[in-house]
Design a protein around this ligand. Sequence first.
Ligand SMILES: Cc1cc2nc3c(=O)[nH]c(=O)nc-3n(C[C@H](O)[C@H](O)[C@H](O)COP(=O)(O)OP(=O)(O)OC[C@H]3O[C@@H](n4cnc5c(N)ncnc54)[C@H](O)[C@@H]3O)c2cc1C
Length: 465
Amino acid sequence: MRPAGMKQTSEETAPPPSTHRLRLPSSAPAVLLIVYLSVVLTPLALAYLQDLPRRNFSDELSSALAMVALAMLLMEFVLSGRFNCVSGSMGIDLTMRFHQLIARSLTVFLLVHPFLYVTPLKHPLPWDITKQMTLGLSSASLMTGLLGWLLLASLVLFSIYRDLLPYRYETWRLSHGLGAALIAVAGTHHAIDAGRYSGQPNLTAYWLGMLALAVFTLLYVYVIAPLRQLRHPYRVVSVKKAALKTWDIDIEPRSGQDMAFEAGQFCWLTLNRSPFAVTEHPFSISSCPAKRPSIGFTIKEAGDFTDHIGSIQIGACAYIDGPHGNLTLAGRSGAGIAFIAGGVGLAPIMSILRQLRAENDSRPLKLIYGNRLVEQIMYRSELDEMKDILDIEIHHVVSEPPADWAGAVGQLDEAMLKRYLSFEGHAQWLYVVCGPAAMIDGVETSLETIGVPLRQIISEKFSYD
Ligand SMILES: Cc1cc2nc3c(=O)[nH]c(=O)nc-3n(C[C@H](O)[C@H](O)[C@H](O)COP(=O)(O)OP(=O)(O)OC[C@H]3O[C@@H](n4cnc5c(N)ncnc54)[C@H](O)[C@@H]3O)c2cc1C
């Protein structure tokens, strides 16, 4: 530990950026994108290889859109944010944005799909006297096509307007999963039964394989992962108030192995319930790996589950699924690290700072921590004590301060960030941002405006929508 008073300045301690490199930046997101594109475009290649007589452009386009959209739909199960091989390299925010973008695109593809056909098909339906509406489908594939089509439109609308619906998050989540599974089964049946190309053996095998993958992901999330959690139960060992309406909760394994994680990652936490109940919630780990086997969370009251977190009893049963996310220093470099946190967004940053303290890290650090009220500031004395060990500058920003507040007043806006971050060489630093979605969007824009390259910014929004 460096004695107080002997702390070196940033200029003295800052070695050249290369010495700060922890690991080479990962190329995993690019690899994942290539794998994704290969999988969803495979049906087009398989259809092309069948060498069937070509139809008019509109019919071919309709088939192509439907096949790509069905492949995208079946891949949505893998992109649900529950697989660390995906969200661990892309980050949970990017994974969820990709999931939503793909859902909207495939919905448009599938909604226009039936209207693009211009070729009347062989078997007119009894009610279609003019035969203009004849699609030539078997009644089973007509049913599954229509069912999937209507369900998909409702599922996407329900997801976009979820906040306006009078349902609990858990109800929405369950109906979202079940609805998606039904659409996947109906869509696959429709494709194989009605599809000009999909009925051929090579594409039929592809669709059945993709459907099996989708079903497996559901089985993994709802059966296999909970079974694994059941084998590694934890117990609550401490519940303490961290700040206004915010609680520190520590858990430890009841027996056996604890979970390895990197500072900054998050877990799905289940308290006082079976891991099979779909009531787990995502929370960042605020303790550091050096404190294992204990794992700590900092939880703010925000709804029906978190409002009761302060009354959880010591000894209560806990299960965790994780670690997830990539808000970590692993593989990232910077001449120094600036942390920007809003409210309970300090949780993963606290984990990183605690780990840096445990490792006596010598990099120059800055923390800019915003809250509405002084009573919401967490870990104030612990942060102050870190100054004895770490080369850290800490700035508290409060938007509604009391009369005796001596710190900065306002929001984490461009002017505030410029005030603390416009120093020489700031573009070579790494910026770690966490908090509410709107705050992160604003901070990222401000950082870009003050000359920080996007690649030097990592962030995590506390929303999984
Ligand atoms: C990656 C990540 C890390 C997070 N880390 C923290 C943290 O360290 N500390 C903290 O206080 N909060 C954190 N959150 C937010 C926390 O998950 C929600 O505040 C909590 O789930 C709200 O649950 P509730 O039932 O009390 O509230 P509700 O009123 O049910 O929900 C409020 C909102 O929280 C979200 N939410 C609710 N239930 C779930 C669920 N089961 N899964 C996903 N989202 C849900 C929904 O957007 C919902 O609209 C994090 C969120 C994410 C995505």
